[in-house]
Design a protein around this ligand. Structure first.
Ligand code: ABN
Length: 176
């Protein structure tokens, strides 16, 4: 009878749509879709620029600065081995050394905020030369016959131990 066939057909269709196999098929599709998501082409160019150390990436913020690289902006007028490569940091002397009592002062431009900063380059004294990360950026430095603006000097000269180990870069102030 046609009415029997009609209800049988409708019942089978409902069972196909809501049955165990249908639920498993839907779950399977969702899982395959989720696995494919990470390979879709997201734009990761910003991360790539930072990873390769491009100038744009470095200017983006302080977190992009490498304290052990000569091109860190506050090392613009340094002459010496970076203390950040010698067991200290860019502002602290390594254990067993002490800051020089006198220093060379430079002015460096910070590209992150567009301002100029006065930086004191204090040598750390009391151990033999560190020998790592030598930087000679020397911006605005002048030859030795103009002593007041000459940088190639052992600033440990007035410490108890005159042995030069490495150089720190301490920000003294910002130009108003
Ligand atoms: N200011 C660093 C340094 C130390 C000894 C000699 C030259 C430069």
């Amino acid at each position: 009878m046609w009415i029997d066939r009609f209800f049988e057909h409708q019942t089978r269709r409902a069972a196909q749509r809501t049955g165990r196999r249908s639920v498993l098929a839907t779950l399977g599709k969702a899982m395959v879709g989720t696995m494919a998501l990470p390979v879709l082409p997201f734009d990761r160019s910003a991360h790539a620029a930072g990873a390769h150390g491009s100038k744009a990436g470095k200017a983006a913020g302080p977190q992009a600065q490498d304290e052990t690289a000569c091109d860190y902006w506050k090392y613009c007028a340094v002459d010496g081995f970076l203390c950040s490569c010698c067991g200290g940091s860019s502002t602290t002397c390594p254990p067993g050394t002490e800051p020089s009592r006198v220093s060379w002062v430079g002015t460096c431009h910070n590209p992150a905020d567009g301002r100029d900063y006065m930086v004191s380059y204090n040598d750390c004294c009391g151990k033999t030369t560190c020998g790592r990360c030598e930087c000679n950026t020397n911006e605005r430095e002048r030859p030795g016959y103009r002593l007041g603006v000459h940088n190639d000097v052992n600033w440990c000269m007035s410490n108890d131990s005159t042995m030069f180990h490495c150089t720190t870069s301490i920000i003294l102030g910002v130009q108003e």
